[in-house]
Structure formats: structure tokens, C-alpha cells
Design a protein around this ligand. Structure first.
Ligand SMILES: [Zn+2]
Ligand SMILES: [Zn+2]
Length: 342
């Protein structure tokens, strides 16, 4: 396809600009060009725009790694997909030769190329992706939900490690898009007892509407007081969907014996002081989660109970991406979906 398209380009520290760029061309025989039907703004997109950036992005790449679209052109060796297929994209491309890639841990590839971070992503009318990075979206899953496959795949990777059960008492930190995704997955898994922290009235209301049993409004009360009052026996599972160092320091204290803690939020500047005696004395398990389980996510997306549409608060054209970003920064929005190719 010839011509130009609108794209949100990362131009260096703190600068993201929507401008006209050349439509990428199918060159390699595994290349696929998709029209981007929907894309979602991630917390790490916000971290990438702070000065200095919390997540490093390569200058002059097209932003956005959570997206889905319809195939409009494909390379000569692409047989698993047809023009017109509706697909979602795993943005983390494995190198194939590093230690992780050659030892069954390719989703943690140490020399990864990442659409929307180190290479062109999906905040554009069209995106060029490798066929090996795509999954066909199951029938009945709308673009608004398919755009959230990537964050759900990250959450599923954490869920696979923490193995929540319906009898677990779960303390979940953070009511942003990732926290609410955890909440919906845990509810779909049958978790009956869940305390969630939220900041600001909008987020507190959102957490309640999405099914949290008890919401700690951190502006008005402490997790410690709420735990003492409701669960003096503490939690079996603590999940950090915030990524601040103090969540680890505080959250680990609320685990009962043989409890598990998942660290999901990512901030390369965060440093925490956790007493090892706490981990040893209670035989605690800590899990860091960075992998992606796409097949698990696509399976769960078909379950109507998951209902990730519940916390989509804004639907915007690509040109209004900065509105979406400031709404997210001010915690006035939860999930913001963009429609670059329509
Ligand atoms: Zn993301
Ligand atoms: Zn690798």
C-alpha cells in the first residue's frame, strides 16, 4: 500500500507527536501489514513519557504496543493467515539465539525487539508486524477487547505463577487498568475474598463496580487498618499492580504463612528494603511477572464473565491521544481505547 498515514511518533524525552508518516511496506516474506482497528494506552506508555523516562523507548519509533487489526497485505510465505483476518499482536519479538530463547524462556528474551518501544508499534493507521507475532482473534471478541489481549496476556503470566484458588484471600494493590484486569481475572477464577487499594473517587468507584469486595481508599484510610478490621489472619496472595517500592515493603507484611506475592508493576528506579527474616520465617514466595501468555489470554477473553469492557472509560480517535494520556495521568480515566485505522 502506498501513501502516508497518521501515527503517534516518540520524538525523544517526553515528546509524542501525531504526524503524517509513510505507510510501511511489506518487504520480508513473513511481513504482514494490518490496519489497526483498536489500540490501548498502557501504563508503560505513560512511564515512557516522563523525564527521565521510567521505561526507555527508542526515539523516532511509532508508539503503542497494545493493538489489534485487520490484515490488508501479507508476505509470500505467510500461509497461516488470510487477507481480512482479524488479529492481535504480541509486541515482544524474540531474538531466537540468546540464553532465554534457547532455554524455553523466549518470552523473557534478553535481546528482544519490542513493537512500540524499540521498533514501530500500533498507534498508527497501519502497522507492519511479523506473522509469527500474530494470533487470530476468536469470533465474537470485539476490537475494544482484542486491543487488551497484550495486557491480559501479561496478567495471565502472573496468574499462572500465583495460581489463585477460590478460597484464597487476595490483597490487590492498584486500581488502574492492570489492577482492574487482575480483579476481573481473579473474579472469573472464582476468588471470593478480595481487598483492593484505589486512589481517588473515580478509581474507588471503578474498583467497586468491577467487583472488589472491599476497597481501601488510600486517600482516607490505611491498608493496615482495613486488614486488621477485616482479615486479622492476613492474605494468602498479595499482588502489586502499582510498581512502587513501598508496595513491596508494605504488602509483604500482610501475607500469612506460606503466602505468595506477585510483583507486576515495573519501575526501574524503585528500590525496596525487605527484611529477609520475614520471607524465611513465614516461608513466603515472591514472583516477578514480566512474561506474556497470549493463548491463555485469548481463551479467557471469550468468557463473558471476564468483561474487560466494564472499565473502558474513554474511546478516542488517534488525534486525541494526548487527551487520553492526561486523563490517565490524572486518574480520571481507566482504560482508554484509540481507533487509529478507522
Ligand atoms: Zn502494556
Ligand atoms: Zn532472545
Amino acid at each position: 500500500m502506498q501513501g502516508t498515514m497518521k501515527a503517534a511518533v516518540y520524538e525523544g524525552e517526553g515528546v509524542l507527536t501525531v504526524k503524517e508518516v509513510v505507510i510501511p511496506q511489506v518487504r520480508k516474506d513473513t511481513d504482514v501489514l494490518i490496519r489497526v482497528d483498536a489500540a490501548s494506552i498502557c501504563g508503560s506508555d505513560l512511564h515512557g513519557l516522563t523525564i527521565p523516562p521510567g521505561v526507555v523507548h527508542t526515539p523516532n519509533i511509532i508508539y503503542g504496543h497494545e493493538f489489534c487489526g485487520t490484515i490488508v497485505e501479507k508476505g509470500t510465505s505467510v500461509e497461516a493467515f488470510e487477507i481480512g483476518d482479524f488479529v492481535t499482536v504480541n509486541p515482544r519479538v524474540r531474538c531466537g539465539h540468546c540464553y532465554e530463547c534457547t532455554h524455553n524462556r523466549g518470552d523473557l528474551c534478553s535481546e528482544t525487539y519490542h513493537y512500540g518501544e524499540t521498533g514501530d508499534g500500533g498507534f498508527a493507521e497501519y502497522a507492519l508486524v511479523d506473522a509469527g507475532q500474530m494470533y487470530r482473534v476468536p469470533d465474537g471478541v470485539e476490537p475494544d477487547l482484542a486491543a487488551q489481549t497484550e495486557p491480559l496476556a501479561c496478567v495471565m503470566s502472573a496468574i499462572n505463577m500465583a495460581r489463585p484458588t477460590p478460597v484464597d484471600y487476595v490483597l490487590l494493590y492498584g486500581a488502574g487498568p492492570i489492577g482492574l484486569t487482575f480483579l476481573r481475572v481473579l473474579k472469573t477464577y472464582g476468588v471470593k475474598n478480595l481487598i483492593m487499594t484505589a486512589k481517588g473517587e473515580a478509581r474507588v468507584a471503578e474498583a467497586k463496580a468491577c467487583g472488589a469486595d472491599i476497597v481501601v481508599d488510600v486517600a482516607k484510610e490505611t491498608v493496615e487498618d482495613v486488614m486488621k478490621e477485616n482479615w486479622p489472619f492476613m492474605a494468602d496472595l498479595v499482588i502489586d499492580a502499582v510498581g512502587r517500592a513501598d508496595v513491596l515493603t508494605e504488602g509483604i507484611k500482610f501475607l500469612n504463612s506460606r503466602g505468595r506475592m506477585v510483583l507486576f508493576g515495573y519501575d526501574r528506579h524503585a528500590v525496596s528494603a525487605v527484611p529477609p527474616s520475614l520471607i524465611v520465617g513465614k516461608e513466603l514466595s515472591l514472583f516477578g511477572a514480566l512474561g506474556k501468555d497470549f493463548p491463555g489470554a485469548l481463551e479467557l477473553l471469550q468468557n463473558p464473565e471476564l468483561d474487560l469492557g466494564r472499565f473502558i472509560t474513554h474511546r478516542l480517535p488517534l488525534e486525541e491521544i494526548h487527551t487520553g494520556i492526561s486523563l490517565l495521568r490524572n486518574k480520571e480515566a481507566c482504560r482508554v481505547i484509540l481507533y487509529p485505522g478507522s
